[in-house]
Design a protein around this ligand. Structure first.
Ligand code: IVH
Length: 693
């Protein structure tokens, strides 16, 4: 079948014609892609190829419902609930650690020098750039052409927003010049200028449509439109600051690569400066802060990055942030308003948090009507009373805070008395000695805690169940549909579809999205349990050390404080006695065990993978470093071992595979000899991991 092509203007196509043509175009574009990328033998000119893609996109824009899963604009299988395909980032998209004070910046540099074993006199160039407040995007170019654009998503998987990004005028659809590798992923920030944001909000308001809270949200909302025509109508901009996969090196340092990015047609972050030490960095920070208000777009700090890529490589990452970069945040913006009421919220672990209800006020371009008051002591210390005028501040993405009372303004009459009962279940709320937080003792009977635990369970870093928002959890909980995590996996479409606000299709979508999460990594599973003090980092440590859920439960449940299992838990570098006690407490509590076993029956929990280089001879081995190493610092040795999949422990036990002896190794060397554990010299260790000194 040869559908009509070309002559019929897109506006005049019928649905049937459009569907037929999209099928045809998908095949044809794929055919040309194969010829072009894999066989280097294109049959048609670039202009004709672009025309095919443009036509495909124009038809999709008019008939978004007809977009095919294999459409050239959606290269990866679509996730129906968001309407965007999923893109697996070949290199993760990371976030940055934060510095707030000058000292944090000095410490950042000192940490790097310590890690690398660099003396104070050795040069360490740092690139400083403005930190744009937008959303990060990864643009993949093949043979100089933009073939895919993806949002950061969870850092590992993002959304395929290619069709939308094609409409952004401020980035090259084809790279300029010639000096680019065949494959290059350029990363940077999409943002909206402040003036454009205000104009857009004015138009939205007039049209009775959603207004955006700030330029960042407006940029995100504009990019994540199912209809690329809407994106095209929004003035989005892009600045490049980083890269992902590259088929050939693009330079040796960031400063040089910035110039290369600019030569390919990208705007790069300005202001920027190559600095040579803390003084120059802090001067750049202060000058940029002074320029902030005069810039066309929002910036929320500056980013410092080690210029040299070879050093970056050695420094590596901790959790989700590189050791070689940090964001130095600008101070929060502040405003004054009236405190109308104080509400108490009850969290997942029973903590009572006071929330200020405010007369709405704009702080740094964002309307704020709620702010945190932290805890009981803070309220008392600031003597915050209902009716007071208070100073509110917000910094970046963090929750707005009440900073202080404006004492010159009329005061509220009575000091605030913090409740000693849970406002939700009425149980007593107590403060443990030494704790700032008052907690509800209702435990399992407290509705607030149960609901918060479920919210945490479905949240993005845990089970990431799309379409199951906080409102839904509350209403399912109230009606007894979902009381425990396992209940979520027993939900049926028929339970939901007749409820208010739901229909057959939305109910089925939710059931599908739940079903897609029945297989889960051990790390996410452990994090989702919401154990106190077990965030993502500790969940990862536990997953990596125990490997499977069965082993984890078996070992931890047997962990009496005197026994070997407990010592093993404590031996995990990063798990201290406080955390260990929470973990053991959780897994030995009979009710938790019931809930856990019930849940495990509904799921398939994947064994933890050794992070990388599974082929390495040290993957899965437990290693202890002791004494002074010659070629690298202890931290670098540890990071390197971990990146090869080894576990690094702080003390020697029967489970230790290798003890690496540096100069002047002491008691750990003796212990290794006693227990018959293999010891290695530094040289032998380096030979084992295949790295020369
Ligand atoms: S460098 C490995 N440079 O800030 C990460 N990031 O808070 C490399 N951002 O995820 C990032 N301006 O989305 C870098 N000049 C800049 C930036 C910048 C804004 C964003 C980026 C990052 C986030 C972290």
């Amino acid at each position: 079948m040869t559908p009509a092509k070309g002559p019929i203007p897109v506006e005049q196509l019928t649905r049937e014609e459009a569907a037929a043509e999209l099928t045809h175009l998908a095949k044809e574009i794929l055919h040309h892609d194969t010829l072009y990328y894999q066989q280097d033998a294109p049959e048609i000119s670039d202009a004709d190829y672009d025309a095919l893609r443009a036509r495909n996109e124009a038809i999709e824009a008019r008939f978004p419902k007809l977009i095919l899963p294999n459409s050239p604009s959606r290269r990866v299988g679509a996730r129906p609930s968001t309407g965007f395909g999923e893109v697996q980032h070949r290199l993760p998209m990371l976030s940055l650690g934060n510095a707030f004070a000058d000292d944090d910046v000095v410490e950042f540099l000192a940490r790097i020098r310590r890690f690398l074993g660099l003396g104070a006199e050795a040069a360490l160039d740092i690139v400083a750039e403005a930190k744009i407040d937008g959303l990060s995007l990864s643009l993949r170019y093949e043979a100089g052409k933009l073939v895919q654009a993806a949002t950061r998503g969870d850092g590992t998987k993002g959304e395929n927003v290619t069709a939308n990004v094609m409409t952004v005028k401020d980035l090259p659809v084809r790279l300029k010049g010639r000096a680019w590798p065949d494959v290059v992923e350029v990363r940077g920030e999409v943002f909206m200028r402040r003036a454009d944001f205000f104009a857009l909000n004015a138009r939205q308001e007039e049209a009775g449509a959603k207004v955006f809270a700030n330029p960042r949200n407006a940029a995100a909302g504009s990019l994540r439109q199912l209809d690329p025509r809407i994106t095209a109508s929004r003035p989005l901009h892009f600045m490049a600051y980083h890269w992902g996969e590259v088929s050939a090196p693009i330079g040796e340092g960031i400063w040089e690569i910035r110039k290369r990015l600019a030569s390919w047609g990208f705007r790069v972050n300005e202001p920027a400066r190559l600095c040579h030490g803390p003084d120059e960095m802090l001067t750049f920070y202060r000058e940029t802060l002074a320029e902030r208000a005069g810039l066309a777009h929002d910036i929320d700090g500056v980013v410092y990055k080690v210029d040299n890529l070879a050093l970056q490589d050695r420094l590596g990452f901790v959790s989700r942030a590189p050791r070689w970069a940090i964001a130095h945040k600008f101070p929060a913006e502040q405003a004054q308003t009236i405190l109308k009421a104080i509400d108490i919220q009850v969290g997942r672990t029973g903590a009572l948090t006071p929330v200020a209800r405010l007369e709405p006020i704009t702080v740094g371009g964002v309307v704020v009507s709620n702010a945190t008051l932290h805890n009981e002591d803070e309220i008392a210390r600031k003597d915050v009373r209902i009716g007071d005028t208070v100073v509110v501040q917000r910094a970046g993405d963090v929750i707005p805070q009440v900073v202080e009372v404006v004492l010159e303004k009329p005061r509220g009459n009575t000091p605030y008395i913090f409740p000693n009962e849970c406002p939700v279940c009425g149980s007593q709320a107590v403060r443990e000695p030494g704790e700032a937080v008052r907690r509800c003792t209702g435990g399992l009977i407290c509705a607030a805690q149960a609901v918060e635990r479920l919210k945490h369970f479905v949240s993005r870093d845990a089970f990431d169940i799309e379409g199951m928002g906080a409102k839904h959890i509350v209403s399912f909980w109230e009606d007894g549909l979902v009381k425990t995590p396992a209940d979520i996996f027993r939900l049926k479409a028929s339970d939901i579809e007749n409820r208010e606000g739901w229909g057959e299709k939305s109910a089925q979508n939710l059931i599908d999205s739940i079903a897609s999460r029945r297989t889960v990594s051990l790390e996410r599973f452990v994090y989702a349990l919401g154990i106190r003090q077990v965030g993502q980092a500790n969940a990862k440590l536990l997953a990596r050390n125990y490997g499977t859920l069965d082993d984890l439960i078996r070992n931890i449940a047997a962990a009496d404080p005197e026994g070997a299992a407990y010592a093993d838990l404590l031996n995990i570098e990063g798990i201290g006695p406080g955390v260990a006690a929470e973990i053991v407490g959780f897994f030995t509590e009979p009710h938790n065990r019931e809930v856990l076993e019930d849940l495990a029956r509904e799921l398939s929990v994947e064994a933890a993978q050794v992070p990388s280089d599974t082929g390495s001879p040290v993957a899965g081995k437990t290693v202890v470093f002791t004494g002074t190493l010659e070629s690298v610092t202890r931290s670098e040795a540890k990071a390197r071992a971990e990146s090869l999949g080894a576990k690094v422990a702080g003390s020697v036990s029967k489970k230790t595979d290798y003890v690496v002896l540096g100069a002047d190794a002491g008691s750990k060397a003796r212990k290794a000899a006693e227990l018959g554990v293999t010891t290695l010299s530094e040289e032998e260790w380096l030979a084992l991991i295949g790295r020369a000194i």
